[in-house]
Design a protein around this ligand. Structure first.
Ligand code: KG4
Ligand code: ZN
Length: 384
């Protein structure tokens, strides 16, 4: 079965032509072609995604990207109908309706978060580029616990049976990616700030590691040791770990974000800080975020009895968060298989939408839509 998928939920315009088959153990996909245009640079001036600008750009980009696919033979058109920015979602939904009607093929609605979840569970047979590589979604042991971390969402989702989801924990305020983007703005970095904050945090993490080894006399002379200790002390930042001990799987990041604001203010504002001092704040923010996610993941794994753990969404590209979660699973959950998405599939794209649509269609569980299909900004994975 061959599906052309369309994704326009946020600031990426994506199209993908993917073929899928059912196998003994699940599904196998081949990406025949894909196209992705990011608007991130355009939105950078606004410090975040500006919905009406996103809509205008999607309207402009879709027909251009579609040129590549206009002669492709397809069995269905799939489109993200939520969650996301409603004006942006509508452009994809309307475009998909038109193409499905012209081709006389079914229109399938896909939940964006299900796309992140299932595509993160899928594994490529060869790493690197996606085109013409077999991607298998096989051997998945249920229940699955997914930690979905993106710019709009932070949720723990349990999949007990295929395509049946229960949200067992979520953010009470900001999503992780949103907190990263807001902290980035406070640190004078441009949108999307996640990767930038992470790069700064990583730079000082390395430096502090070397210097603290020196201060312990592990690497070098006594003078070096004293200098190392001073550096570590001078760059000490302490931020809270909100809700880390609450007896649920919910999280909250808005207090942490405000604590970053106060930490910067107490140090006289970013204009007064050196590059290393700014990086130290970024590092502590990242450490606090990942500590909270690790604690809550531990709880969610214990409570759900999950056999598989997967992370998905844009923030799943974060090196420190990935490594901290890998360590948690390796040290405490021997029986759990952890699946990490490759870095080129974590951000928004249409391949993940095609994969989710194919998995459902090949299982007879697809949401067949018609011209009444609506974009739903706050669509939940639990109800679809
Ligand atoms: O899933 P996604 O592409 O779009 C949404 O559905 O929201 O996620 C985008 C989010 C942005 O907030 C971006 O800053 C964040 O993912 N992000 C990261 C990293 N890469 C992307 N956050 C932290 N570390 C990263 N390496
Ligand atoms: Zn997303």
């Amino acid at each position: 079965m061959r599906i052309l998928a369309i994704e326009t939920s946020c600031d990426e315009t994506g199209l993908a032509l993917v073929e899928g088959v059912k196998t003994n153990e699940g599904f196998a996909f081949t990406v025949l072609d894909s196209a992705l245009l990011s608007q991130a640079a355009l939105h950078a001036g606004y410090g975040g995604v500006y919905p009406n600008l996103a809509k205008r750009e999607h309207e402009k980009n879709l027909p251009v990207l579609f040129e590549k696919f206009k002669d492709a033979k397809v069995d269905a058109i799939a489109v993200t109908n939520g969650p996301g920015l409603e004006p942006a979602l509508w452009t994809g939904v309307e475009f998909a309706k038109k193409v499905a009607k012209e081709r006389g093929v079914p229109l399938l609605a896909v939940n964006h978060m299900e796309g992140h979840l299932l595509s993160s569970l899928a594994q490529k047979e060869h790493s690197g580029i996606l085109e013409n590589t077999r991607i298998v979604l096989e051997g998945v042991k249920l229940p699955v616990l997914a930690l979905l971390i993106s710019g709009g969402h932070t949720e723990f989702v349990v999949m007990k049976n295929w395509f049946e989801y229960e949200i067992v924990g979520k953010t009470l305020d900001d999503a992780v990616g949103e907190a990263y983007d807001k902290v980035a703005r406070m640190l004078g970095l441009s949108y999307p700030g996640g990767p930038e904050v992470s790069r700064l945090a990583e730079s000082i993490r390395e430096k502090q590691k070397i210097l603290s080894q020196k201060s312990l006399g592990l690497l070098s002379s006594a003078e070096d040791g004293a200098a190392g200790q001073t550096f570590v002390q001078e760059h000490f930042v302490s931020l809270p770990r909100p809700m880390i001990n609450s007896k649920d799987c919910d999280v909250s990041f808005s207090g942490l974000k405000t604590a970053v604001l106060y930490a910067l203010r107490d140090r006289g504002g970013i204009q007064k800080l050196s590059g290393d001092e700014i990086a130290a704040v970024a590092r502590e923010f990242e450490d606090a975020t990942s500590d909270v996610l690790v604690h809550k993941t531990k709880r969610a794994l214990e409570e759900s009895g999950a056999q598989t753990f997967v992370i998905g969404g844009g923030v799943a590209a974060n090196k420190h968060i990935r490594e901290s979660l890998q360590k948690l699973v390796a040290e405490n959950f021997n029986e759990v298989e952890m699946r990490l998405p490759e870095l080129n599939i974590t951000g928004d794209n249409a391949i993940m939408i095609a994969e989710a649509a194919l998995a459902r269609a090949l299982s007879g569980k697809n949401d067949q839509a018609d011209e009444t299909l609506r974009a739903i900004g706050n669509l939940s994975i639990q109800t679809s």
